[in-house]
Ligand binder design. Sequence first.
Ligand SMILES: Nc1ncnc2c1ncn2[C@@H]1O[C@H](COP(=O)(O)OP(=O)(O)O)[C@@H](O)[C@H]1O
Ligand SMILES: [Mg+2]
Length: 224
Amino acid sequence: MPSSPALVQIHHLKKSFDGRSLLQISEREVQRGQAYVLTGMNGVGKSVFLRILAGLEQPDHCRLQFGGEMHDLRHFPRVLRENIVYVHQHPVMLRMTVAQNIAYGLRLRGVKADEIRTRVDAAMQWAGVQHLQARLPQGLSGGEKQRIALARAKIVGAPLLLLDEPTANLDGQAREQVLALIPDLIASTQAVVMACHDRDLIHLPGVVHWKLRDGDIEVRSEGK
Ligand SMILES: Nc1ncnc2c1ncn2[C@@H]1O[C@H](COP(=O)(O)OP(=O)(O)O)[C@@H](O)[C@H]1O
Ligand SMILES: [Mg+2]
């Protein structure tokens, strides 16, 4: 039986800054039902890689196959914006309440108000932020903001989630609370790619370990 087609196939991703090559990745696939951790030294290009996949950074070259269609990521197509969600290490929050921030993606997608309310309630409960729902996020802690960002990403149900160092700069209970959400996020999303250094994330069962080095991704271990 042929293996199921990949969710995403990346072809010939190239990115340079100021004439210096940062990324040169010939072929990589993201499989459905698979999570990946992307490690590599600081400055190696992990964030740039994820941001190119999310349309937040323009590559010099990159073709991406998604849903049976080939796209040129230099001109990021709208269909991919709805299907690929990037969560920043320091999540950017809008100046509206926590509940409205989490609802925002559903409002953009034209979901009905009562359905939004139900789904936002469930997402806030999942992330443990219900008590913050009427607050503005600007004064909240890094861990609270990261949990809100994960709820905001989960609620839209995009097939590909890109998490950029979700536990960096967090320690103690704040880190534990974010860590506790990740396995469930993986289980409820078609594919997740996480840039991270966090050993607890790297060693999650079933996660493929990618290492970015000299501009290319090597597979360090297959998910078991
Ligand atoms: N807009 C930019 N202009 C010039 N260089 C950049 C820009 N964005 C990122 N870089 C460089 O690209 C390299 C990779 O950055 P980044 O992807 O943030 O690394 P990582 O996430 O692996 O720590 C860094 O050396 C950074 O300085
Ligand atoms: Mg980074």
